[in-house]
Design a protein around this ligand. Structure first.
Ligand code: PSU
Ligand code: MN
Length: 321
């Protein structure tokens, strides 16, 4: 689709310019689905541009969209093309974000920079959620959520995913946060930010690679309909934050928890020994985990994502129905 055709969907919260915004484009299929009340599932693109190696990223993107469609839901992969935030990327645009060099990681604070500089970007959970909500999409799926980094009491390194979700009334399916982050601190921050977190068929907060992070959750839902009811209750109350559905990987597919803990401890020690700090930490730890697990951590990552996409599609249907 040519970039001049910049028409946006009817706004969910009424704060989008009626004539549309040239900074945001909603794809035709997604716009039609939103207008018709057909279920739509939003998907992020940082996982494609920065989270997964090529060419797996492109395969994963295509498979995710296909599985959403098979469930009777319209996929809306979100990202930035030539500065324009696109809700419902075309296949060629997804391919562009998966294969080109120079695609930047775009959180909310990066959206105006990407716009002004006409960059291509993969959107984080924060930017994806914000754009999805603006377009009128109620549900999104991701692999792992950003959170509070280890050592954040010194570095202040906390993902804008948390503060953005506190202000964005969407339902987000994730498998928790990766154990390279400070999981306990992340849950404390979500509590402070008034963001409800429920386990899907579990009382344990998942640990991304493992089904149980060791942190308990106060509440659970056992069906997509229950998750949808929770989102409706939030809306009835006029609350403006996200609802988080924490969906664990099957125990059969998880990394062996003892193996996981050992590899994580080694990775943390290696980062410390190498003097790795700040934004270099996450790529270093993930790379270390991947090599130390012989690629198993990547397989688990993909299983986690598949499960979250499937559950997100179910919840989107339950909310639309
Ligand atoms: N966690 C993962 N894989 C990812 C991300 C998080 O296991 O690819 C990405 C998501 O897009 C998330 C973002 O929104 O990283 C958070 O980055 P930061 O901490 O810089 O906000
Ligand atoms: Mn950060």
């Amino acid at each position: 689709m040519p970039l001049e055709t910049v028409v946006v969907a009817a706004p969910y919260d009424g704060d989008m310019q009626p004539e549309g915004s040239s900074a945001i484009r909603v794809g035709d299929e997604v716009r039609a689905a939103i207008e018709a009340g057909t279920p739509v599932l939003a998907l992020e693109s940082t996982i494609l541009s920065h989270g997964l190696p090529r060419p797996r990223n492109l395969e994963v993107a295509a498979e995710a969209e296909q599985s959403v469609r098979a469930a009777g839901v319209v996929p809306a992969t979100i990202g930035v093309i030539d500065g324009v935030a696109v809700v419902g990327l075309a296949a060629t645009e997804i391919e562009r974000l998966c294969t080109r060099d120079g695609v930047v990681k775009v959180s909310v604070r990066d959206l105006p920079i990407a716009r002004a500089k006409r960059l291509d970007g993969g959107t984080t959970v924060a930017a994806t959620a914000w754009l999805a909500h603006r377009a009128g999409i109620a549900v999104m799926s991701t692999g792992g959520l950003g959170g509070v980094h280890r050592g954040a009491s010194e570095t202040f390194d906390e993902s804008a995913d948390l503060t953005t979700l506190a202000q964005t009334p969407i339902t987000l399916v994730s498998a928790g946060v990766k154990s390279i982050l400070d999981i306990g601190a992340t849950l404390e921050r979500l509590e402070t930010l008034n963001v409800p977190v429920v386990g899907y068929r579990t009382n344990d907060y998942p640990g991304f690679y493992v089904a149980d992070s060791g942190f308990a959750l106060g509440y659970r839902v056992d069906t997509a309909a229950e998750a949808a009811a929770l989102a409706r209750a939030r809306d009835e109350l006029g609350l403006s934050g996200a609802v988080l559905v924490a969906n664990p990987i099957d125990e059969a597919s998880q990394l062996d928890p003892e193996f996981h803990d050992r590899v994580l401890a080694e990775a943390l020690a290696a980062a410390s020994a190498a003097g790795i700090t700040g934004h270099d930490t996450t790529p270093f730890l993930l790379d270390h985990m991947q090599r130390a697990t012989g690629g198993r951590s990547l397989d688990v990552n993909l299983d986690v994502y598949r499960g979250n996409v499937a559950l997100g599609a179910e919840i989107a249907r339950a909310l639309a129905g």
